[in-house]
Structures are given as C-alpha cells and as structure tokens.
Design a protein around this ligand. Sequence first.
Ligand SMILES: [Zn+2]
Length: 369
Amino acid sequence: MKALREVDRGFPGTIDTLQELIRQPSVSAKNEGIEECALLVHRILKRSGITPEILRIKGAAPLVYGEVRSRANPGRTLLFYNHYDVQPAEPLDPWDHPPFGGTVRGNKIFGRGATDDKGELVTRIKAVEACLRAEGDVPCNVKFVIEGEEETGSEHIGAYLKKYRKKFACDGVIWEFGYVDSSDRPVISLGMKGLLYVELSVTGANQDAHSSLAVLIENPAWRLVCALNTMRGPAGTVLIKDWYREVKPLGKRDVRLVSKEPFDEAAFRREFGIDRFVGGIRGTAAKKALVSGATCNIAGFHSGYGGEGAKTVLPAKAVAKVDFRLVPGMDPKKQEARLRRHLLSHGFGDISVKVFHGEAAARTDLGTS
Ligand SMILES: [Zn+2]
C-alpha cells in the first residue's frame, strides 16, 4: 500500500480535500447536509480546474456535473460516475473515530465516505488536476457526474440522464469504485450485479399478546420464518420457481478469466472469521460465485422483543428485509412477480411484499473491452 504521505506528494492536497469532504455530512437517507455537500463538491471541482455546474430536478438531490475539454484529443470522452452522499453513520457506538471527522491514523483515514465514495471521487478529481498541472491538458475530454442519492437507490438518476442526455454523452464510463488489491494492482470491474430489495411483512393478532396465548394465536414471526425457509436452499440456491430461467452460464472466455483471478480464499475466510463458504464451494466455484452468483439474503428481521433479558411476548407483526442480488438475464420486474407467485402458491398469501428497489445487472462483454 502506498503511504498516504506519498500520495499527497504526488497529488498535493488529496488528503486535505478528502478530510474536508468527509467533514461535511451528506446522509441522503436523512437529507442531512446534501445541499451543502453538493456546493462543496462544486467548489472542489472548480479549485481543481474542472468546470463545475449544479444540475437540478424538482424533488431530487442536486447532481454535480464537471467537465474538462481536451485540446489534444477532443474526439474522445471519458465520464466518471461518483456520488457525494453516504450511508447513515448509525450505530455510533462501534466507531473509534468520529464518523464525520476524517481522522488520519497511520496510513488510514477514518470517516463515512472515506471509501464509497468520497475517497474515490477525490482521487479522480486529483488525477485530472495532476494532468492539468503537468501538461496543461487532459488525454481526452473528462466529465464528472456526481449524484447525491446513490445510497438511497439513485431514484432520480434516470430522470437526470434523460434530461441531460447530451451533456452526459461519452465513449466510456468509469463507475464509482476503484481500488488496488493486496499486491497493489488496480482492480477494474466489468459490471455490477443487480438488486431486488423487498420488505416482507405479516400481521397476526391486532395487538401484541402474552406468549401463553400462542396455543391459540398464530405467531407472525413463525409465519415469516416458514415463508423465508421456502425461498432458499441450504447451498444458497434460490428456490423460487423460474428464478434462473433467463440466466446464461458464463462463457468459456469468462470462466478462463475468472479462474485466473487472484483470490486468496484462506485470507478471505480469516478476514470474516468463517471456516467454509456457502455450500462448501472452493476454488474456481467460489470465484464464479463472486462474479456470477445470485443471492437471496435476509438483510434484517424484526419482530417481538430483542432487548436485554426475557420478555414473554407474542408479537403482532413480523418484518423481514430481503435483498436478492441479480445477475445478467434477470429482470427485476419479472423476479418480483415470481416472488409474489411463490408466496401465493406456498400458502403465504397473507405476507405482503413491498418493493424498495429493483435494478438489473450490467456486464461489459469481454470481447468489447
Ligand atoms: Zn457507492
């Protein structure tokens, strides 16, 4: 890993700018500091020689746009997509440093957005600035699209894309991530899995009851547990009918590349304190799962009493947040319909489904990359 000081020597002001950005809260889920952060990003772009502009759509967080035109190569345009919003900092207890402090300790910066995505954003801005300082030009036109609603599901990005289609036109996009692996090699991802995020809820009695009444009153938590149990097999396979219907297996070239990908299984297991992977897979199967595996994951489950000690309660309601990672071929709308059909056909018509987010996967064909 390059030392922070070294980075700062090559790209002056990188650390200061990142700290400045981290210190400005920008929690989209709570609309906390969003406007202020957009203005700050605008100032940072300007300082770095990038022409900034704040774009607006009614009811949406402002989108910060930036542009540098290349004199040497004006026919090509690269667009960086990033976001200035962050996830809420809660729970606050486990933080060793203030979430909006940008504390530097040794070779690390701590704070919300240090990674995902303020850190990545700053490195890109500083890279463009470094080109401008050294050459007075950039190798091709560069555009920045920096949105403020990514962490809440990019609700208005489609509307922004439609409205500013011409402005955002480009030959290629580099998505928000960008990191180096343990041997300092830059990692380039050629796609993203999609997501279907739902809340399943079921109501029992019209009020919480004493648990002795469980002989008569059905417990909604059990209903939900039973329903969830029909959705996923022990090896992680999604058991919903036709879930994988449109999915094509990875091509030969993809498999070859994936199997060559460096992935230290043992180190990964150590990092997460587990001794096996889902379904006991290893080697190439594990690498393929990372790249092309679909999931059904319980992101949260709430019902009854979860506090200290014991409370004999029969809850009136149970709620589960479930996220499905989707792979190319899966259409979120179709998958949602399949989920609803699954619940009905398994006798769980009383469970309501609320969809928060549905986004298809994207993958760049290796043949064109
Ligand atoms: Zn992100």
